[in-house]
Design a protein around this ligand. Structure first.
Ligand code: PLP
Length: 384
């Protein structure tokens, strides 16, 4: 499949069925283990002739997801895990051990911040959080213990587009590895491994799955690092279940069409809201790729718009502490994804009380725009 183009790959990433009369849809290997006809047959697993032994080690449905995302990211290999968080964890543990130092962007997803600030120090891995807006900050933070730069290709919730080439170049100049969370951009828009990133991570719960019905993660990258991550998945037991792998794979087949529509809708919504006087600021990436700029839009409502009332006035648009489904949803970062971030840092980052994060879906563009217009109009303090 390597020689085909992106949209073709998203539909045909799954490995061929070995069995006779293979089914058109991939079967779900809902099994904890695989059986063997005799001891020689079982031995053949250890000799590398048979692929599967025990689902915690690997399973056809989860392999499809790991290898499928690797194909789309143009990375050497990949591994699927139980969640985006566990994909981040095994990626970190593939690179870092006790005494090592990581430099991470200060505007990370809240869960990642929590993992880095609260859990990694218990493993003797220390993380410095610095603003990646000016890479001089990053450079200054590098010590002889530094082994990894970690950032997100599009940040959450302010949707800053990371200067990945420069980050990767800086890391390489210091013989440091890079790991990029590409959840918001997806490989449809951006492929950090092709720019030289060593590891790329996804919460497949988001756009890869795309239907808000599965929690999953994927780590892809250079073969030796992915091999290490695979052995961490086995030891830590953070493998993905076969059914979840199957669901995520089914979702991934429509990644291109979803992203195309969702990015176009988001662009239209961002442009419409920009003209709206009760929206103080619109955060939408200026340029991610020539295929589009992603499907997330954040806004600061003007101070005279009542946020509580706004959330009650959205009609068919639901409040959900997630993103990337086919339905348009909204979230309130200071009470969800960024709840655990200290107030001081949150204010410094510009994540305030009037900030709303919008995950734009596949509905009709005009319906999305009018729903937001109406909610804002119904929530102005002078109209209450
Ligand atoms: C959701 C998310 C994660 C965590 O993924 P889970 O699947 O919820 O564990 C990590 N990074 C980003 C950018 C996310 O949006």
């Amino acid at each position: 499949m390597k020689e085909t183009n992106f949209n073709t790959k998203t539909v045909h990433f799954q490995t061929k069925e070995m069995a006779r009369n293979a089914s058109k849809a991939k079967p779900i290997y809902q099994t904890s283990a695989f059986v063997f006809s005799d001891l020689d047959d079982m031995e053949s697993f250890y000799e590398g002739e048979k692929e599967y032994l025990y689902t915690r080690y690997s399973n056809p449905n989860t392999d499809d997801l790991g290898k499928g995302v690797a194909l789309l990211e143009e990375a050497e290999d990949g591994v699927a895990t139980s969640s985006g968080m566990s994909a981040i964890l095994v990626g970190i543990l593939a690179v870092a051990s006790q005494g090592d130092h990581i430099i991470a962007s200060d505007d990370l997803y809240g869960g990642t911040y929590q993992l880095f600030a609260k859990e990694l120090p218990n493993f003797g891995i220390n993380v410095s959080f610095v603003s990646f807006k000016d890479l001089d900050n990053v450079k200054k933070a590098i010590t002889n213990k530094s082994i990894l730069l970690y950032t997100e290709s599009i940040t959450n919730p302010l949707l800053r587009v990371e200067k990945l080439e420069e980050v990767i170049q800086l890391a390489k100049a210091h013989n440091i590895k890079t790991m990029i969370d590409n959840t918001f951009a997806t490989p449809y828009l951006l492929q950090p491994a092709t720019l030289g990133a060593d590891l790329v991570v996804h919460s497949a719960t988001k756009y890869i799955g795309g239907h808000s019905d599965v929690t999953a993660g994927v780590l892809v990258g250079e073969q030796s690092l992915v091999n290490k991550a695979k052995s961490k998945v086995i030891s830590l037991g953070c493998n993905l279940s076969p059914f979840e792998g199957w669901l995520a794979c089914r979702g991934m087949k429509t990644l291109s069409v979803r992203m195309e529509r969702q990015s176009a809708n988001a662009q239209a919504l961002a442009e419409a809201l920009l003209l709206y006087p009760d929206v103080a600021h619109v955060y939408y990436p200026e340029f991610v790729s020539n295929k589009g700029n992603g499907a997330m839009v954040s806004i600061d409502l003007a101070v005279d718009v009542n946020v509580e009332q706004f959330f009650r006035s959205l009609g068919w648009i639901k409040i959900a502490p997630t993103l990337a489904g086919v339905e348009t949803t909204v979230s309130y970062p200071i009470r969800t994804s960024h709840r655990t971030i200290p107030d001081e840092l949150r204010n410094e980052l510009g994540i305030g009380k009037q900030l709303i994060r919008i995950s734009v879906g596949i509905e009709d563009e005009h319906d999305i725009i009018s729903a937001f217009r109406q909610a804002i109009d119904l929530s102005k303090n002078d109209s209450l």
